[in-house]
Design a protein around this ligand. Structure first.
Ligand SMILES: Nc1nc2c(ncn2[C@@H]2O[C@H](COP(=O)(O)OP(=O)(O)O)[C@@H](O)[C@H]2O)c(=O)[nH]1
Ligand SMILES: [Mg+2]
Length: 177
């Protein structure tokens, strides 16, 4: 019997400069430094460059992390890959000028995604970073969506965000959410 599962996906979405590439590099296995992977869309005839990384949990389970190019974000929000576990929405906590765009992106994912979503508030190590509570108010994020402090360049910090997303998924499977 072949017990190898097809890969499952976590989408990392956010505006340019919000820490997506850093986040994927920090959580991915060392031998899968994030590469830009071109995904061929044979049916529609175009090619896209996604940031890509992966976590090999064991011989039967691989979690792939994908960050879509910003131009693709809204289209992807409406049609996530079938085996998507959840969405991590990165927000640059110091870049107040990005907040309007970040708010719109978060709202779009929440409107369309049937999988758990959370916000990773990146750049929390920098002076002037807004707290998760302040970001919640600025970006109109409802309480049901966690906002997790994050340093996207740090493996432990980024991994904690992934684990939080997995707990959200478990809560949902067990009917607690
Ligand atoms: N200090 C700090 N720098 C970060 C953090 N996340 C990303 N950066 C830096 O911010 C810049 C943009 O990050 P990047 O991952 O390229 O963002 P992307 O455009 O969303 O892929 C890079 O120079 C990163 O090193 C963070 O949490 N803290
Ligand atoms: Mg990038």
């Amino acid at each position: 019997m072949n017990d190898k599962q097809p890969p499952v996906f976590i989408i990392v979405a956010g505006l340019a400069g919000s820490g997506k590439t850093s986040f994927i590099a920090a959580v991915s296995d060392a031998n899968v430094a994030p590469v830009q992977r071109t995904i061929d869309r044979a049916a529609s005839g175009y090619r896209l460059h996604y940031d890509y990384g992966q976590i090999v949990v064991d011989s039967s389970l691989i979690v792939r992390l994908l960050a879509p190019p910003a131009s693709r974000d809204l289209a992807l929000a409406r049609q996530l890959p079938a085996d998507t576990l959840g969405v991590i929405l990165t927000v640059n906590s110091v870049d107040t000028e990005s907040f309007a765009g970040a708010e719109a992106l978060i709202a779009e994912y929440r409107r369309h995604a049937s999988v758990p979503c959370l916000v990773a508030a990146t750049m929390q190590d920098l002076p002037g970073a807004l707290s998760p509570e302040a970001l919640r108010a600025c970006l109109n994020v409802p309480d049901a969506v966690p906002i997790v402090s994050c340093r996207a360049t740090d493996t432990a910090s980024a991994t904690a965000v992934v684990i939080r997303l997995l707990h959200l998924l478990i809560d949902r499977i067990e009917g607690r959410l």
